[in-house]
Ligand binder design. Structure first.
Ligand SMILES: C[S@@+](CC[C@H](N)C(=O)[O-])C[C@H]1O[C@@H](n2cnc3c(N)ncnc32)[C@H](O)[C@@H]1O
Length: 447
């Protein structure tokens, strides 16, 4: 059974045949977009669930609703040796995607013009399904998730996302207005885009709906970026079948589909503790409640308090999250034996050079910024810690080896002025590594 009416399906197909998404030139490459590559690296998802490293070689990946294939290219770059298939309702989009992947040196990636409800025809069980910017079109997202689950291996993982109705509330008001004006009756094209632009430009800057959404389009007009403006209009104010959700909706869809929530893809962007200026001022009832709260409840509270994230961008699977290994309770010898590996998308010469520049200037650094942008809560570290992790760009080290390296770099305990006690130096290095792990910059695995 389809989770979309055939009329809605045709509207969406017409929209993306007219304007395949995203509009990125064939020669553009996301090679240095480390954050995007980390999101598309299946090792990020499997590490999140199992705290172990999944081989990309031979893994079967489906990119459903692949559009013009820019994200499929990210999947290909981030997962060496994986077998990748892209499908999309829009034939124009898959043609462009195929051309892109060929141009970028991945002719083996296959594309088919298929709807989500037809993916069973591929007769393949997938290790990983990427379903980006698609789920919010469906009348029944739980059924759509169920269709993906049906072609997922028992230990596979799905990445999907829904629009937050709280973040996007002004967009939905304006979509309603443009629906009322008839702009979405047929396929919105040049005439409708022009009319929207004319209207929005003419409103007083203080009009609430304009103030909420129109800054970026104004900027694009000023810079004469017509193509980007059109893409923005079609993906926002004139997007067919777009819908917004709350976290309880997501919870219900997952339950109905029989899938387990593994967390938001960029977990640091959902960290409730970042919403408080002074950690000591957090009310006790709140702090205690949060300790008990599930990840979905935490996301719900975040979206209600600070709806800045456009997408609930999540991983889910048949298997639940491995019981959180209480790293903090692990005896010292076991911690010392863990292997430390930089996230493969960070272990690049580009990032190493950036770190080296900071070290030369004796400046603080942040690895997490390369993955998550200039997000307020990401910690920066002293150059000493930068020097500590430099060898990780070349090889995997144990926690013990990093503790020894720290002692070579800084032989004396800053507090006592004496040689380090093992426990004190191990704790210092451990806390640093645990923070980097929490910010998705490195993997800690059992030897
Ligand atoms: C917003 S674009 C996202 C493209 C790409 N995933 C990305 O994030 O760049 C949505 C894509 O989903 C496709 N699509 C919409 N409904 C679909 C369906 N039921 N089955 C397969 N593809 C669909 C559209 O044709 C369009 O190319």
């Amino acid at each position: 059974m389809s989770s979309l009416s055939s009329e809605a399906l045709e509207r969406i197909r017409a929209q993306f045949d007219y304007g395949p998404y995203p509009r990125v030139p064939l020669e553009a490459t996301p090679k240095e977009n480390y954050g995007a590559l980390a999101i598309h690296d299946i090792r990020s998802a499997f590490y999140r669930r199992d705290r172990s490293l999944k081989a990309t070689e031979g893994a079967c990946i489906l990119d459903v609703g692949c559009g013009s294939g820019y994200k499929t290219l990210m999947l290909a770059l981030a997962n060496p040796g994986a077998e990748i298939i892209g499908v999309d309702l829009s034939l124009k989009s898959v043609e462009l995607a195929q051309e892109r992947l060929k141009f970028q040196g991945f002719p083996e990636v296959k594309f088919y013009a298929l709807g989500l409800d037809e993916i069973g025809q591929l007769e393949i069980a997938f290790d990983y399904i990427n379903c980006d910017e698609l789920l919010y079109f469906f009348d029944d997202p739980a059924a759509a998730l169920g269709q993906m689950k049906a072609v997922l291996k028992p230990d596979g993982i799905i990445r999907a996302n829904l629009h937050s109705k709280n973040q996007r509330i002004a967009h939905y008001r304006l979509q309603e207005l443009f629906k009322f004006l008839g702009f979405l009756d047929g396929n919105p094209e040049a005439a409708e885009m022009e009319a929207v632009t004319e209207l929005m430009n003419a409103l007083q800057p203080g009009v609430l709906s304009r103030a909420a959404v129109w800054n970026l389009p104004l900027q694009l007009q000023k810079e004469e970026k017509q193509d980007e403006l059109e893409q923005w209009l079609l993906a926002n104010l004139l997007l067919q079948a777009d819908k917004g959700y709350g976290v309880p909706d997501l919870r219900q869809y997952l339950e109905t589909a029989g899938l387990e929530f593994l967390g938001m893809v960029q977990a640091p962007l959902w960290r409730l503790s970042e919403l408080f200026g002074d950690r000591d001022q957090i009310p006790a009832f709140w702090a205690l409640g949060i300790q008990e709260a599930s990840l979905l409840d935490q996301a719900y509270l975040y979206d209600l308090l600070h709806p800045v994230n456009r997408l609930f961008d999540f991983w889910c699977s048949l298997q639940p999250l491995a019981p959180t290994q209480a790293w903090e309770n692990l005896p010292l010898e076991q911690r010392l034996g863990l292997k430390v590996q930089l996230h493969p998308q960070l272990a690049t010469s580009g990032i190493e050079q950036q770190l080296q520049e900071k070290l030369k200037l004796r400046e603080r650094f942040s690895l997490a910024r390369a993955l998550h942008g200039e997000f307020l809560g990401l910690l920066t570290y002293e150059p000493l810690f930068g020097a500590l992790i430099k060898p990780l760009f070349e090889k995997v080290l144990s926690v013990q080896e990093l503790v020894q390296r720290f002692q070579q770099l800084q032989p004396l305990d800053y507090v006592t002025g004496e040689l380090w006690e093992l426990e004190a130096v191990a704790e210092l290095v451990w806390n640093f590594l645990a923070e980097l792990e929490r910010d998705q910059c490195l993997f800690l695995t059992q030897a």
